[in-house]
Design a protein around this ligand. Structure first.
Ligand code: ADP
Ligand code: MG
Length: 442
């Protein structure tokens, strides 16, 4: 029988979740005072050994929701791999590794991040020296399995974080072989902020009688209410100018600008940097060393603007990201939820802006339909606004109403259409005005 949790009742404090003293102390050291809703609902059934399906918004503590019960059950005398966590990106593997270090404080447990782009030799050494938990991207893990460099016969816990992506066609064959290599019975956790119905159906193949913790419901706003979300209509040749002027207006403390291609991210990153922003591009063509350095600089605040592809769209938790800008609209509505979820984490507020070209009205409609929320139309002074293409379904017309509450619900009237070519060329005049911006190196 499935248990479906449908409420977001007030969390009760970690002491009520049946955790050990050593974990309560580690949580206290981490500054975690109150469990988040997904933690309140998922930790107790997980402690009882049940499989768990966790669907909760971005930035609401899903990592600790699966790590805490696993840490409680790992045997520090056994040095083989007892828990396997599969994730889509190397950066996310390292981040979860750090959270594991924090939450396992006071225990003799060791984790290994088994990810591509880093020394396989070191990873094998680490595994040989004994690790209870492995956090891996599927490609590198498969390599090590092929070389018989890792044994999974003692793995009692398997986690698919960002589960819908792990079960997507790109990863699924590898994920299935890896899961087949883990013994049964075992305890399996699947977590994600997005859980399309097809994936939800698919999860039945991997989970036995799961606790189904569902904190986002169909037809509900799948995004965080505290994130101010807007779109800006713009002509293709004015996008860069719009970006500069938007950053000038918004003065983000820390921002991610998402681009569709690696080349685009490089180009935008260079232009921002040339204009004095502490900006760098991050995408899959950089070496892993470069990727790690860029993300570390962004975490530390040495960089304030990260220009990225979807490689940092999922899971990445950098506190203090005030703004997300979709310089290129995501083509998959699910990517929208993950991208903007880099801000507004753990109850903080944030703002997300999406640039829409005149022929991208349909993509905007799809995003709004998928999150059940209308975005506000915004305009930025000096950049001509275009009318939103009239393809949006009227409220209630397509069976599924937009129910998102708060500010995002109303659609602001479109600003009057301007002639193209009225605005300033990129950088001109804006540069001098912004010289005191906290974003800039000089
Ligand atoms: P999700 O996986 O749901 O996107 P994360 O697990 O990355 O979210 O958590 C978001 C942030 O909140 C992280 O910085 C994490 O350390 C922090 N966090 C998690 N649980 C708590 C808690 N109970 N109290 C305070 N901070 C928490
Ligand atoms: Mg996560």
């Amino acid at each position: 029988m499935q248990t479906t949790t449908q409420t977001t009742e007030t969390p009760s404090g970690f002491t009520k979740l049946g955790l050990s003293e050593v974990t309560l102390l580690a949580l206290e050291r981490a500054g975690f005072q109150t469990p988040s809703p997904v933690q309140t609902h998922l930790i107790p059934p997980a402690m009882l050994g049940r499989d768990c399906l966790g669907n909760a918004p971005t930035g609401t503590g899903k990592t600790a929701a699966f790590l805490v019960p696993i840490i409680e059950k790992l045997d520090d005398r056994e040095r083989g791999v007892q828990a396997l966590i599969l994730v889509p990106t190397r950066e996310l593997a390292h981040q979860i590794g750090r959270e594991f270090e924090t939450l396992s404080h006071g225990r003799r447990l060791r984790a290994a991040a088994i990810v591509g782009g880093e020394s396989m030799f070191k990873q094998i050494k680490l595994l040989q020296s004994g690790c209870q938990i492995v956090i891996a991207t599927p490609g590198r893990l498969m390599d090590l399995m092929d070389r018989n460099a890792i044994r999974l016969d003692k793995a009692r816990f398997v986690v698919l974080d960002e589960a819908d992506q792990m079960l997507d066609i790109g990863f699924r064959p590898a994920v299935e072989s890896i899961m087949d290599a883990c013994p049964t019975p075992r305890q399996t956790f699947l977590l994600s902020a997005t859980m399309p119905r097809e994936v939800r159906d698919l999860t039945r193949r991997y989970l036995v009688d799961p606790a189904d913790v569902r904190l986002i419901h169909e037809d509900e706003d799948a995004t965080i209410p505290a994130i101010r979300q807007a779109f800006v209509m713009v002509a293709p040749e004015r996008k860069l100018e719009l970006l500069f002027r938007l950053l000038e207006r918004e003065q983000p403390t820390r921002a991610i600008v998402f681009c569709r291609t690696k080349h685009g991210a490089d180009k935008v990153g260079n232009l921002l940097r040339n204009d004095g922003f502490k900006a760098e591009a991050m995408h899959g063509d950089l070496s892993q060393g470069q990727r790690n350095r860029v993300l570390a600089a962004f975490r530390s605040g040495r960089l304030t603007t990260l220009v990225a592809t979807d490689v940092v769209g999922r899971g990445i938790d950098v506190p203090g990201i005030s703004h997300v800008v979709n310089f290129d609209i995501p083509e998959d509505p699910e990517h929208y939820v993950h991208r903007i979820g880099r801000t507004g984490r753990m109850g903080k507020d944030g703002a997300a802006f999406t640039f829409i070209l005149p022929d991208q009205g349909k993509l905007l409609d799809q995003i709004e339909k998928s999150i059940s929320r209308r975005l506000d139309q915004d305009q930025v002074e000096g950049v001509p606004t275009l009318l939103r293409p009239m393809t949006a379904p009227k409220r209630g017309q397509q069976g599924r109403p937009f129910q998102g509450g708060g500010r995002g619900r109303r659609m602001a009237p479109a600003a009057p259409q301007h002639r193209r070519g009225q605005g300033l060329p990129v950088g001109s005049g804006i540069r001098r005005k912004r010289s005191n911006s906290p974003q800039r190196t000089s």
